[in-house]
Structures are given as C-alpha cells and as structure tokens.
Design a protein around this ligand. Structure first.
Ligand SMILES: Cc1cc2nc3c(=O)[nH]c(=O)nc-3n(C[C@H](O)[C@H](O)[C@H](O)COP(=O)(O)OP(=O)(O)OC[C@H]3O[C@@H](n4cnc5c(N)ncnc54)[C@H](O)[C@@H]3O)c2cc1C
Length: 374
C-alpha cells in the first residue's frame, strides 16, 4: 500500500528528509510532497560554518547531535557528489588573544578527536601562520586550525538535495500551507490528508500548529549578516579556512571573491526581515577592524533570516504528543546547518518506521518543548 507523506518546510531539515525519503522509496510505495514558501528561511540566510567540536556548550545531547550531524553532512556531500561550491571542508581557524586559551581549546579538540574523525587534524598556529592561511587578516593573534571544519552554502545545499529528490519522484509545491484542527494539511483552501506529516518549519512551527491544542516552545530570532567583495585582494580564496575570532562575528570566505561576516542575534524582532543600519554598521566595523583593506564600498548585500530557538536553546524532534502522525524537528538555533541534516534523516526514518540509531542520546524529552494543553 502506498504511504503518503507531506514535508512542510524546505530548509536544511525538510530538504534532507525529502532526500532520504526519496532514497528509501525503492519500491515506489511512498508518495512524498514538500510544501515550502521559503520566506525568511534560516537555511538560505545562514553563514554556513560547520565546526561544532570546540563548542563549550554543556548540553551533552546537543553536542552528540552536532558532532554526528557534521559527520553525516560530510557523508551526504560525498554520496551526492556535492561540489566544493556547496560544501567545502576548508578548515576553521579559531583565534584567541591569550595563548592559554588556545592551549585549552587544543586540549579540548584532542579529547574530542577521540570520538570523531571528521574533526580532522588539529594544529596550534602562530600569528604568522594564521596570516599565511588568511592573508587578508591584519592582527597578531595566535590560532588553532581544525582541518575538518567546513563551510556550506545553505541555499545551494537545499537546491541540490531537492533536485535529487524530485528526480526520484518527490513533488515540491512552493506554497504556504496551514494545518487545520483535524491535523490535516490545507493548501489553497483544499484539505489534503497525509498518512504522515514531517514539520520542518523552523521558526514558524508554533504558528503552523496554532489550530491544535498544543503548547509550543519555539520563538523567532532574527539573524543578519553582510556579504563583502574581496576581489580587490589578489589571491585565491577557494580553500581559505573560515575564521572564528573572539567575539560575535565570524568570517566565511565563499570561494568566489566574496566574504560573509556575521551573524547577529536579535530576540526582539519577531519575523522582521528588514536590515537594521546599526547592526550592519557593527558588522562592518568588526570586518574592517580585522581586515583593514575593506570598507563599506565592498558591501554587496545583507542577508537576513529567522532562526528558531527554544527556552533552553536546545533543538527538539520527534512525534508530537497526541498527534502521532505528525513528526516535528525545530529549535535548531545558531547551529542548525550542523544539526539539521541528522534531524532530517531521523525524521525520514521515523516516518517510515525505519530508525537506524538510538535517538535518545541526541535529545531531551520532546514534552519539554511541545505538549498537549489538557
Ligand atoms: C544569519 C544566520 C546565520 C546562521 N549561521 C549558521 C552557521 O554558520 N552554522 C550553522 O550550523 N547554523 C547557522 N544558522 C542556523 C541555521 O541556519 C538554522 O538553524 C537552520 O537553517 C534551520 O533549518 P530548518 O530547516 O529548521 O528551518 P528553515 O531553514 O528556516 O526552514 C523552514 C522552512 O519552512 C518554511 N515554512 C514555514 N512555515 C511554512 C508553511 N506554513 N507553509 C510552507 N512552508 C513553511 C519556511 O518558509 C522555510 O523555508 C544561521 C542562521 C541564521 C539566520
């Protein structure tokens, strides 16, 4: 019998779920439809850093999800022949003002490398070595290079996976849907029944579930970043590592004479997608303080997206209590490009009763984030 599955949301979670479901559909017994309106999508706007291993977050289940997510992402890239323009394991360099901080990070990286090969090689760098890797930088600070760190272009990743899914028979509908009080999808006024629904709606998860008696702990967070031209600097940036200095802004070379600087985190802007001049000025200041050959004239565009976050900043995924046909993954916050592929794969496996891993090591109980109102 054919099983019908709707995926709502075509960001990194939804597009990865669509890709895996289309791979599972060898017997042609799945009828899969992705609905996505795309506006404000975090995945499209993201900076693209994949480097979870040096995080000092104390949430162990988050770290497991991020570590295994980074590994899964590199294997999806290999399996689907992603070009370097989409996913590039160019390495990440973390700089710190104090040598002692670099030594502590080095020890952490060595300890964590016992659990994952994806982290690659780990090297302490002198200020001159940092400059050799990132010649545009003007500062004398030491760093740590992690060769397995990567950058990913979220928009190209989702295009790539959705193209494969479409070739395997998945339908993609670029429309906004609602979920009605019977837990069915409504598109263009028409109610459509699916056997399973995968909700990969990021920051919009609470809004999409508004008709159901559920308490949902997901809020929107605005994120802004700037894209600058570095064409005037005569060098190739194709394999230049990502730079993560102390403080808020990171530097992500895109490999085409462009550089991303960001990102901001605003919790009080709801779903607003307009650039804020004070935020853009701050980002430009952090860019020019480290890279003095840049100025406002190098600004090409501002990218803005809406992240989803929860009260304890942890992601959640699984079956919605009281609505077993709906599977949800949200609250991925600032690291959703890293955790999102694994969440998407797990949701695809759950939708087809085909789980391959012990998922409880990756999550806190879903009732912490979404529960029935009695
Ligand atoms: C500025 C910025 C920088 C970031 N940088 C990084 C980074 O460097 N590294 C990292 O790991 N993470 C980063 N993130 C976080 C990461 O981008 C997100 O956590 C991740 O992309 C979330 O993916 P998602 O699929 O859950 O949601 P989204 O990508 O937001 O996708 C949700 C989709 O659902 C669609 N949708 C919602 N409601 C409906 C509806 N009713 N009908 C149809 N479609 C609907 C939306 O239009 C959207 O396309 C960044 C985020 C931002 C905003």
């Amino acid at each position: 019998m054919t099983q019908s599955i709707a995926i709502i949301g075509g960001g990194i979670v939804g597009s990865t779920a669509a890709y895996y479901l289309s791979e599972f559909n060898k017997k042609d017994d799945l009828d899969i439809t992705v609905f996505d309106h795309g506006v404000g999508q975090a995945t499209k706007a993201a900076a693209g850093i994949i480097s979870p291993w040096l995080s000092k977050r104390r949430n162990k289940s988050w770290y497991e999800l991020a570590k295994d997510g980074a590994t899964l992402l590199s294997s999806i890239a290999e399996k689907t022949n992603m070009s370097k323009d989409i996913y590039n394991q160019c390495g990440t360099i973390i700089t710190r003002n104090k040598l002692e901080d670099i030594s502590n990070l080095y020890d952490l990286a060595i300890e964590r490398s016992n659990d994952t090969d994806t982290i690659g090689e780990i090297y302490k760098l002198t200020p001159d070595e940092v400059k050799r890797h990132i010649p545009i930088i003007d500062s004398n600070i030491p760093g740590l290079l992690v060769t397995g760190g990567a950058r990913i272009k979220g928009d190209k990743y989702t295009d790539h996976l959705l193209k494969i899914a479409k070739n395997n028979g998945v339908s993609v509908v670029n429309k906004e849907i609602t979920i009605n009080e019977k837990a069915n999808v409504v598109c263009d006024g028409e109610e459509i029944q699916f056997d399973k629904i995968i909700l990969a709606t990021g920051a919009w998860t609470k809004n999409v579930l508004a008709e159901l008696p559920l308490e949902v702990d997901v809020r929107p967070q605005k994120g802004q970043l700037i894209e600058l031209s570095i064409n005037h600097i005569n060098m190739s940036d194709e394999d230049m590592p990502v730079l993560m200095p102390e403080g808020e802004s990171d530097f992500i070379p895109l490999g085409n004479g462009r550089l991303i600087v960001g990102a901001s985190h605003e919790n009080d802007k709801d779903f607003d997608l307009n650039p804020d001049s004070d935020v853009i000025d701050d980002l430009l200041n952090s860019a020019t303080s480290l890279l003095p050959s840049l100025s406002a004239e190098n600004l090409i565009r501002v990218k803005i997206g809406t992240r989803a976050y929860t009260s304890d900043f942890a992601p959640f995924f699984g079956e919605i209590p009281g609505y077993e046909k709906i599977l949800v993954g949200s609250g991925l916050g600032s690291s959703g490009l890293t955790t999102g592929p694994l969440v998407g794969k797990i949701l695809a496996e759950m939708a087809t009763d085909n789980l391959s891993t012990d998922i409880d090591k990756y999550r806190k109980p879903i009732e912490n984030y979404i529960k029935l109102i009695k």
